[in-house]
Design a protein around this ligand. Structure first.
Ligand SMILES: [Zn+2]
Ligand SMILES: [Zn+2]
Length: 258
């Protein structure tokens, strides 16, 4: 199984990171993507540090919308370099977050657009974080992006799903899809074509039912896979296989490893 989005660099794992990774492997999660946004620039290598140490990890590099205000020209140059690292599969997570507004919105938009340019030049997919900013996110993607990517922790309904799919994106379902009140996301999970779905934990955040409220970790992704299997009338094995194949195709990873 592939956890296409986790933050195992987070300090929440400082006391037991290696055990968390061992539990993931034991649960059949043999591939994890370490999102590299960390605490923001100047440190851009939070994901790479994990990927360098562990064969099971790939990484991303990029500036989270929360940290947009910390980005400088130096930051963008460094991201360009890091995208050449053999285990860096995408730029991300990038996008817009109007819920917290930790960075001014116009700065978030500029930094998002600049990172799309970098990803385009590098020929890498983008990992999108969007919260309470769907219309602006889609408008900027339409204007500035030619390529594929991932809607991380997809939390829209069927209509947003259709928009994202039309733009060539993959929908990555996280713990929220297991929540009883997530009827709209569950509908999206039912209608999404098999070749465009991914699963993720976003650990340490958003643990799936029945672990809801706890610290999330990659081994819990099994619960999300089970929910998706139920919704789609498939087996957990088929969800695991499909989502792993989709991840590898999107990121240009060959059958026998990196
Ligand atoms: Zn996010
Ligand atoms: Zn994340």
């Amino acid at each position: 199984m592939t956890d296409s989005h986790c933050h195992l660099d987070s300090k929440e794992f400082d006391s037991d990171r290696e055990e968390v990774i061992a539990r993931a492997l034991a649960a059949g999660v043999d591939t994890m993507v370490a999102i590299g946004t960390g605490n923001g620039p100047p440190d851009l290598e939070a994901g790479i540090r994990l990927a360098d140490r562990h064969p099971a990890f790939y990484a991303t590099a990029g500036v989270h919308p929360h940290d947009a205000v910390k980005a400088t020209l130096e930051t963008f140059k460094r991201i360009e370099e890091l995208l050449r690292h053999p285990k860096v599969v995408a730029i991300g997570e990038i996008g817009l977050d109007y819920h917290y507004d930790f960075s001014p919105r116009e700065v978030q938009r500029d930094v998002f657009v600049e990172q799309m340019r970098i990803a385009g030049d590098a020929g890498k997919p983008i990992v999108i974080h969007t919260r309470e900013a769907w219309a602006d996110t889609i408008a900027l993607i339409r204007k500035h992006w030619r390529g594929s990517g991932i809607m991380h922790c997809f939390s829209g309904g069927a209509e947003e799903a259709r928009e994202a799919l039309e733009l060539g994106f993959y929908l990555s379902f996280g713990g929220i899809v297991t929540f009883p009140k997530a009827a709209n996301i569950q509908e999206a999970a039912r209608m999404a074509p098999a070749d465009r779905i991914l699963i993720e934990t976003d650990a340490p955040y958003l643990a799936p039912v029945p672990k809801r409220g706890k610290r999330n970790e990659p081994s819990y992704i099994v619960e999300t896979a089970r929910k998706l299997a139920d919704l789609r009338g498939e087996t957990v094995e088929s969800i695991a296989e499909t989502t792993t194949a989709n991840f590898r195709r999107l990121c240009g990873i060959g059958g026998s490893g990196a």
